[in-house]
Design a protein around this ligand. Structure first.
Ligand SMILES: *[C@@H]1O[C@H](CO)[C@@H](O)[C@H](O)[C@H]1NC(C)=O
Ligand SMILES: *[C@@H]1O[C@H](CO)[C@@H](O)[C@H](O)[C@H]1NC(C)=O
Ligand SMILES: *[C@@H]1O[C@H](CO)[C@@H](O)[C@H](O)[C@H]1NC(C)=O
Ligand SMILES: *[C@@H]1O[C@H](CO)[C@@H](O)[C@H](O)[C@H]1NC(C)=O
Ligand SMILES: *[C@@H]1O[C@H](CO)[C@@H](O)[C@H](O)[C@H]1NC(C)=O
Ligand SMILES: *[C@@H]1O[C@H](CO)[C@@H](O)[C@H](O)[C@H]1NC(C)=O
Ligand SMILES: *[C@@H]1O[C@H](CO)[C@@H](O)[C@H](O)[C@H]1NC(C)=O
Ligand SMILES: *[C@@H]1O[C@H](CO)[C@@H](O)[C@H](O)[C@H]1NC(C)=O
Ligand SMILES: *[C@@H]1O[C@H](CO)[C@@H](O)[C@H](O)[C@H]1NC(C)=O
Ligand SMILES: *[C@@H]1O[C@H](CO)[C@@H](O)[C@H](O)[C@H]1NC(C)=O
Ligand SMILES: *[C@@H]1O[C@H](CO)[C@@H](O)[C@H](O)[C@H]1NC(C)=O
Ligand SMILES: *[C@@H]1O[C@H](CO)[C@@H](O)[C@H](O)[C@H]1NC(C)=O
Length: 855
């Protein structure tokens, strides 16, 4: 049992080490959760899933969560793992490198986790080979890639796979470095290929595939150093350079550099993409190889005599220079025992992440599946963004630096609010970093990777994250004068058009690409703007975010932005009827007329992507996403009873009118927590597995009419149906942990309303949860009368609540009630529905009704 020791601040290394040693929560992490999906096993998907293929796909199942599997520390720069190639994978399946059954092309140092769209990274690679002669061609990965045999092994800080060639790969990762161990078989040669030009390809090709733009490699005994420059990837990224510093545990008997023409198509850069298959030219003499201005591919081959035996390697990476990469390697990985790096990673994860949320783990009483779900979810929401403090090559600054935001569109809804509680220092760093990006690049990012802003799917949602932090009192070293100025830039200055293939009508890089309509009309018009409905809703919530920060920083602006936050009402049509309900968001033209009202159906959104009226959810769903003014929304929907009926309806099976094939995970309700699988207009051959963040809060909205038991029932039902301790355990792209953080809040029994200091109450999954929040405070969440597991005899419906011992009759509380100094939130639960909540409903702090003649 825990002692008072655990109340000592976590950052005191003494208590931290005791804590970490006390319970090894890392053992509950399933690092494969989200590695495939959304269906189990090799079974083909249900019929409706493949009707849009002309033939039935044979390996549909890969992809899904798109997670990274490998060795990493929380928010690490290095994420060390295998890169694989799997045929017929869904569009974005290889984004994290790992796939269930793909062939291994390399072990590489950098990955993203949970992203959709085109892959990013998969760079700074090694590949162990047992033969190098014909038909092997070191410039053609198809001649040496390896199927895997047996099952991969993964745990926090450790990964192992066995190749068909007989080589076992084991690896672990530290903050900017990794260690690899290759156990060679008795019947082959021993080589390690270092291909500086390796990166994760896009299986569909296309405009946002990555490119290699040149580099250099230098050999010296058992060491090698150099750099590579890469561009492209999901965020339409500019070129960036990564420096590396590698070393083997024994000097190779032979080390040779090689080069060859770059035959990959490389948009806007030179390559020999019409050329014949290229073969490497080895250079036995020179210890240095450089790409020419033609961006030649370069690399090195290291060879050890004899067959049996292991070769170990440690590699550091840096965005600054090779010396820094070498320093990281030497400081972070001091020993050749892989286990030492693994243990250090486990310690860091336990101390900095898992021990922030402590539940009983006793195997005789605790539900082990729920432990796996909780700690795996915590793991996946701490892989991204990447803490690149000290690693910003773009400008000199004392501010922290973070990269790999994927994206605020995904994480503003509930991920950042959890960082706020359990990672306050790092979260402060993220906010300072995005403000510093505004200082030096003009705008905060919505998405950012490879040191480049992009892409923006909806509004300028860093605004929402800043407002959420501000309204909950996060100050620290954040310069809020600048923070507010950065938000005003989003709200007032149209960014230059990027003419992206995704949308030619405005910037997809940063800021608000359709700001001119917003400023002139007060809504985005159907005839001039893409995603006119979803972005109108998001710009309104962004302006609400401005009003929140303006209240402290520039009070004269409050009314202006509060007024603009009501602009969604200009797209509300009382006339539109669907599924028996009246009143929906509807498309409107710049002349003020409704767009094609006779044909309009809010339950459909075409492909629901860049060029459509709404993005990744239907207008039916977006019509629920006005968190700052639920009061007006409920009125517009005809009052509490009709609002409740409408919520009930969208949760029902077989209500979706989007083609059923367009609802992944077998979801057939309008409300969709899972992926949408869509034909991509840009490349119709493949499916996109989309996710559905817009609906995250929707099943909790019953709290706004004091029907909290329905929120509890619906959210439990969603969580139990679509999240599993399994490789197919996440319903859609994990989205840098956005889906995982939704599940964590569900398990805690509370849900944050981003940009407001408000948490809705649900029902926790554990009898007792101790959280370390706000640095050194303790929040205890207790659920009495619960078995914490299933709706069995005891059940999970709330009977009563106390906060710090006081009877609590509202189904929500404010940040100051519990989240600053900690305290105790106690639920009594049972199997019967009880009308316990007699207090006022959650607030609508942005309550403004536009005069009907201005709508
Ligand atoms: C990949 O998909 C195509 C088109 O659906 C199909 O013809 C081909 O057989 C599939 N290949 C594999 C290896 O599944
Ligand atoms: C894995 O890939 C191999 C080769 O393409 C294929 O024969 C095998 O059926 C695949 N296994 C699964 C479970 O998809
Ligand atoms: C293999 O290498 C070729 C040539 O560089 C590249 O076009 C392709 O994308 C690579 N495939 C994989 C799976 O890495
Ligand atoms: C090669 O490595 C040796 C020993 O690590 C070092 O002393 C030497 O300076 C290196 N040479 C170059 C050219 O970096
Ligand atoms: C939570 O903290 C309390 C008070 O320190 C302690 O008695 C209890 O055992 C802890 N429970 C868990 C699950 O850690
Ligand atoms: C969770 O899944 C992992 C991987 O399949 C498995 O090893 C572990 O036993 C599972 N945990 C529980 C409690 O079922
Ligand atoms: C915030 O930054 C501005 C300029 O960027 C500076 O003038 C101001 O002094 C800073 N405020 C604080 C509190 O550091
Ligand atoms: C939903 O529709 C499918 C296909 O028409 C049908 O098999 C299923 O029973 C329906 N489910 C419900 C709950 O109505
Ligand atoms: C609970 O949710 C399920 C799934 O949406 C639904 O079928 C059921 O009617 C709900 N029960 C109550 C009491 O709301
Ligand atoms: C937490 O630490 C801060 C700074 O060290 C201190 O000001 C605050 O009083 C502490 N809070 C609690 C609840 O101990
Ligand atoms: C553990 O919880 C899960 C829900 O996550 C539930 O399905 C399962 O039945 C529970 N297991 C036991 C043994 O109660
Ligand atoms: C729950 O409700 C049922 C039916 O109204 C009743 O028989 C039962 O006693 C209730 N259980 C509790 C624990 O209140």
């Amino acid at each position: 049992m825990r002692t008072a020791l655990f109340l000592i601040p976590l950052w005191a290394s003494f208590s931290a080490s005791v804590l970490a040693a006390d319970v090894d929560y890392s053992q509950y992490v399933n690092p494969f959760m989200g590695g495939s999906g959304p269906f189990d096993g090799p079974e083909p998907p249900p019929v409706y899933m493949y009707v849009i293929y002309s033939t039935r796909p044979s390996s549909w199942l890969v992809g899904g969560g798109d997670i990274f599997v490998g060795g990493a520390v929380p928010f690490g720069v290095a994420k060390v793992g295998i890169d694989t190639y799997e045929k017929n994978a869904s569009f974005s399946a290889i984004n994290g490198g790992w796939t269930p059954n793909g062939s291994v092309t390399a072990v590489s140092m950098m990955h993203v986790s949970g992203t959709g769209g085109a892959p990013k990274y998969g760079i700074v690679s090694q590949m162990p080979l047992t033969k190098i002669h014909e038909p092997v061609n070191l410039l053609d990965n198809r001649t040496y890639w390896q199927r895997r045999v047996g099952d991969d092994v993964a745990r926090v800080g450790y990964f192992k796979t066995s190749l068909e060639s007989g080589v076992d790969i084991e690896l672990s990762g530290a903050r900017h470095s990794g260690i690899m161990q290759y156990s060679f078989p008795t019947d082959g040669e021993r080589h390690v290929l270092v291909d500086v030009s390796h990166y994760l390809p896009s299986e569909t090709g296309g405009y946002n595939t990555q490119s290699f733009l040149g580099g250099e490699i230098r050999l010296n005994g058992s060491e090698y150093q150099g750099h590579g420059t890469y561009s492209g990837g999901f965020n339409e990224g500019a070129p960036y350079t990564v420096f590396f510093c590698g070393e083997f545990d024994s000097e190779p008997d032979q080390a040779r550099t090689f080069r060859g023409p770059n035959t990959d198509p490389t948009p806007r850069f030179r390559s020999f993409d019409s050329g014949p298959p290229a073969y490497p030219v080895f250079n036995e003499e020179a210890s240095t190889e450089r790409s020419s201005p033609l961006n030649d591919r370069i690399g090195a081959l290291f060879t050890w005599k004899g067959t049996t035996g292991t070769v170990k390697s440690r590699v550091g990476i840096s965005f600054m220079d090779t010396q820094t990469a070498c320093r990281y390697r030497d400081e972070e990985i001091k020993s050749w025992h892989l286990q030492d790096t693994e243990e250090a990673a486990v310690r860091e994860w336990n101390t900095d992440v898992f021990s922030k949320i402590r539940v009983a783990v006793d195997s005789s009483t605790a539900n082990q599946t729920n432990l796996a779900l909780l700690y795996s979810s915590l793991y996946f929401m701490h892989l991204m963004p990447s803490d690149r403090t000290g690693e910003n090559p773009l400008w000199d600054s004392n501010e922290p630096y973070w990269d790999d935001f994927y994206t605020f569109w995904d994480i503003f809804r509930c991920t950042v609010s959890l960082y706020h509680l359990i990672q306050p220092e790092r979260y402060e760093g993220m906010i300072r970093a995005v403000i510093d990006i505004w200082r030096h690049e003009g705008y905060m990012p919505d998405g950012r990777s490879g040191n480049y802003n992009g892409i923006t799917q909806g509004g300028s949602n860093a605004d929402n994250a800043l407002a959420d932090a501000y309204v909950k009192g996060l100050r620290g070293g954040i310069n809020w004068t600048d923070g507010y100025a950065a938000m005003v830039k989003d709200a007032e200055v149209l960014p230059a058009n990027t003419y992206s293939i995704l949308d030619q009508a405005g910037s997809v890089r940063h800021g608000r690409g359709a700001l001119s309509d917003w400023l002139s009309l007060g809504y985005l018009s159907r005839d001039r703007c893409t995603r006119s409905i979803s972005r109108t809703v998001e710009y309104a919530s962004n302006d609400y975010a401005l009003s929140v920060v303006a209240a402290g920083e520039d009070p004269g602006d409050v009314d202006k932005y509060l007024g603009r936050s009501a602009n969604w009402q200009r797209l509300w049509s009382d006339e539109v009827e669907s599924h028996g309900f009246k009143g929906f968001l509807a498309p409107r033209n710049s002349d003020g007329s409704w767009d094609n009202p006779a044909e309009y159906n809010p339950a459909k959104c075409g492909f629901c992507t860049w060029g459509d009226i709404t993005y990744e959810a239907t207008p039916f769903e977006y019509s629920f996403t006005i968190p700052h003014d639920m009061k007006t929304l409920i009125e517009f929907m005809g009052g509490g009873k009709l609002f409740e009926n409408r919520l009930d309806h969208i949760m029902m099976p077989n209500t979706s009118e989007q083609d059923l094939d367009a609802n992944g995970a077998g979801i057939t309700s309008i409300m969709n927590i899972g992926p949408k699988a869509l034909r991509n207009k840009v490349c119709v051959k493949f499916l996109l597995l989309y996710r559905n963040e817009p609906d995250f809060a929707t099943p909790y909205l019953y709290n706004y009419i004091n029907k909290q038991h329905k929120s509890v029932n619906q959210t439990r039902h969603l969580a139990n149906t679509y999240f599993r301790n399994a490789t197919y355990g996440v319903p859609g792209n994990s989205d840098a942990g956005a889906l995982n953080s939704w599940l964590i809040w569900q398990m805690l029994g509370i849900y944050p309303i981003a940009t407001q200091p408000v948490y809705l109450l649900a029902s926790p999954w554990f009898p007792e949860i101790n959280m370390t929040i706000n640095g050194n405070s303790t929040l205890q969440i207790i659920s009495k009368g619960s078995d914490g597991q299933s709706l069995g005899q005891k059940g999970y419906y709330v009977q009563s609540v106390t906060i710090n011992g006081e009877k609590w009759e509202k189904n929500w509380f404010e940040h100051d009630d519990l989240m600053v100094n900690g305290g105790t939130l106690e639920f009594t639960v049972g199997s019967n529905i009880s009308g316990w909540e007699t207090g006022e409903v959650p607030p609508s702090p942005g309550h403004v009704i536009l005069p009907s003649d201005s709508r």
